[in-house]
Design a protein around this ligand. Structure first.
Ligand SMILES: C[S@@+](CC[C@H](N)C(=O)[O-])C[C@H]1O[C@@H](n2cnc3c(N)ncnc32)[C@H](O)[C@@H]1O
Length: 393
């Protein structure tokens, strides 16, 4: 598949990505506008804006979510701006024309350039804003660590990254770099990153991968696959883990959400990273809702490959975390849980059980509902109510 063909018809896996983006952006924009700080959204690999089959691409999805959120929050539309980076000339032309007749107050700028050369300048000229970066490359080769290192993240109010991380494609790129044949037991076909293969050569590839995975550890991991024929799934997870470890240098909560299409045809991770527990909780609930709806209606058994852990395991994991962080805020606890053990949709339910059987002590502010004077049993933390949790010794 070439770069031109990509935008002919939206593929199923792009549909899922878009649905997840849309589900998160609406509540995200609405909530973050309440901070009263400007919101800056950058689609770093924007594409054409619309597919030739008429379906919306990520830029128009973000635009629609922004318009709707501004209406709901009754905010001045100058407070939220969307920026788009697209390297390809033809895609860029389509992108700009797809935004003709749109509300100019919401549109920050369009850049016909590469992510690698523009993103640092764009971000570093922002002041104390809420920043969201949507990073949707074909493969992984543009995800060089130096970009994050150069971003002046401290001066921003909040930062969220949502990255399409194609671990399957990364493994293929690693094989190419180390001049290894692709293992026969893995089915590689149909992923978007095949577009990237035509753009990159094998020259200097080892250094480029070192720059993505923050070191040389990956070389041993991939070579082991050959010497001991270890399970491919483990290799993929270990490569993802290296990337997560790098992101954790900058973000407290890094949550990879595994997504696969029918069997092994295309598998990738949407990796979400933030320092804000409310964002992590919102992403978790968005994904759990999407999982509940989508797995029943659209792609039975094939959309998300994340499974809820057995409640007993979730409970044991929570106890471990609470030994480390007693008296912790609910949203922080959930954020740390997702970061350490991965997304699981039963965390709050298990916490409720643990309160019921006296394993944890839950302190709520306010302790009573104002109107009814009844004792609060709330499991929601926001600007108006706080929930603190500790182990009951
Ligand atoms: C997977 S597509 C993005 C699809 C888009 N997010 C959507 O949902 O409609 C990747 C896009 O990134 C562009 N691209 C590739 N390398 C790039 C780079 N280094 N910087 C910016 N854009 C790039 C490609 O031309 C292509 O349009």
């Amino acid at each position: 598949m070439s770069n031109d063909e990509f935008f002919d018809i939206k593929k199923d896996w792009s549909t899922i990505k878009d649905r997840l983006l849309r589900s998160y952006l609406m509540p995200y924009f609405t909530k973050i506008l309440a901070t009263k700080k400007p919101v800056r959204y950058i689609d770093c690999f924007a594409g054409a804006g619309r597919f030739k089959d008429g379906t919306l691409g990520s830029p128009l999805i973000a635009y629609e979510a922004a318009v709707e959120a501004l209406e709901i929050s009754k905010n001045n539309d100058n407070v939220l701006k969307l920026y788009f980076i697209e390297k390809d000339k033809n895609n860029f032309k389509s992108l700009v024309s797809n935004f003709e007749n749109k509300n100019n107050n919401i549109i920050g700028d369009f850049f016909n350039d590469s992510f690698e050369t523009t993103i640092v300048d764009i971000v570093n000229r922002f002041g104390n804003v809420n920043l969201f970066l949507y990073i949707d490359p074909y493969g992984v080769i543009s995800l060089n660590k130096s970009i994050l290192e150069k971003l002046n993240l401290q001066k921003l109010n909040t930062v969220e990254l949502f990255i399409n991380f194609n671990a399957n494609g990364l493994f293929r790129t690693c094989c190419l770099a180390l001049k290894k044949h692709l293992p026969k037991d893995i089915h590689f076909s149909g992923c978007d990153d095949f577009v990237e293969d035509k753009m990159i050569g094998s020259d200097g590839l080892i250094n480029r991968i070192n720059g993505i995975l923050d070191g040389v550890e990956w070389q041993e991991i991939v070579s082991e696959k050959y010497s001991q024929s270890i399970n491919y799934k483990i290799v993929e997870e270990e490569l993802l883990h290296l990337y997560k470890k790098f992101l954790n240098k900058y973000f407290e909560y890094v949550i990879p959400i595994p997504i696969k299409m029918n069997s092994d045809i295309c598998k990738y991770y949407m990796v979400y990273a933030t320092n804000h527990p409310d964002g992590a909780v919102l992403m978790g609930s968005t994904m759990c809702n999407a999982k509940a709806i989508n797995s029943n209606i659209y792609y039975p058994d094939s959309l998300f490959s994340f499974e809820d852990l057995d409640p007993e395991i979730t409970r044991a994991n929570l106890i471990e975390l609470l030994k480390e962080y007693s008296g912790i805020h609910l949203n922080k606890l959930i954020g740390f849980y997702y970061d350490k053990y991965g997304l699981s949709c039963n965390v709050k339910d298990v916490l409720k059980q643990m309160e019921g059987d006296g394993k944890i002590l839950v302190t709520r502010y306010p302790a009573f509902f104002k109107n009814t004077n009844k004792k609060s049993k709330s499991w929601t933390e926001n600007a108006n109510q706080k929930v603190l949790i500790g182990l009951n010794k």
